[in-house]
Ligand binder design. Structure first.
Ligand code: SF4
Length: 221
């Protein structure tokens, strides 16, 4: 097996996954065996402390351990938000998911949270204004671009304690996350072809989605 470059983490090549339960062996390229004791200690201190990251880390583990395979993602999000002490939850929603967002807002309010919602088209800036060619619009004429930076700024102004992504596009989700002050969790991942379930493409890569193994096609995307 190829030796790992010192700074390259390649867990995708691992058949052992020994880091999880210590029931196999570490491969030679494993990042765990290269972890400096000081860095490991620093991480334990970080997760075991009382800083914000530690609160998030322990809340996530507590939700997993308490409700393993009992709660769906919406319910887990409620349980997580409660454990991190969130009171006001921001939602950055896609236009295409607005009906589902309304249901989510109802559920979050029933759970006792205050909510704020920012739609992706907020600000109403035409795609042409940011340099998008007319032929790249879904329809000609005025068409607002997604505005994840404004979504984040609006939720930042509201001082939300946790933000939820509801179906933002690939890339817009990255921008939103980058500009959000509050920690971000994703409830819905946009996948217009697979019903917002992108893992289906990976599950069916040897059958219905085999086009994804066509290197020439992929390199032309
Ligand atoms: S055992 Fe090492 S290489 Fe394998 S998944 Fe865990 S950290 Fe990655």
């Amino acid at each position: 097996m190829a030796k790992r470059k010192p700074d390259a983490v390649t867990c995708s090549e691992c058949g052992q996954l020994n880091c999880y339960r210590h029931d196999k062996r570490y491969p030679s390229f494993c990042a765990t065996i290269d972890l400096a004791p000081e860095e490991r200690e620093n991480l334990v201190d970080l997760y075991a402390g009382d800083n914000h990251d530690a609160i998030l880390a322990r809340a996530a583990a507590e939700v997993e351990g308490t409700y393993y395979c009992q709660l769906n993602r919406v319910e887990e999000t409620v349980a997580f938000a409660r454990r991190i002490g969130a009171q006001r939850i921001g939602i950055a929603t896609c236009l295409g998911l607005i009906e589902e967002t309304k249901v989510l807002v109802d559920i979050l309010r029933l759970a006792g949270f205050d909510t704020r919602t920012a739609l992706c088209k907020v600000g109403s800036i035409d795609k042409s204004e940011i340099g998008i060619a007319e032929d790249l619009k879904i329809k000609c004429g005025f068409e607002a671009c997604c505005n994840p930076i404004l979504q984040a700024r609006l939720l930042n102004r509201e001082k939300t304690h946790l933000n939820i992504i509801m179906g933002l596009c690939v890339g817009h989700d990255a921008l939103f996350t980058r500009h959000s002050d509050a920690p971000v969790t994703t409830l819905v991942v946009k996948d217009r072809v697979l019903g917002h379930n992108p893992v289906a493409g990976l599950h069916t890569v040897k059958s219905y989605s085999s086009r994804m193994l066509d290197a020439e096609r992929l390199r032309g995307l």
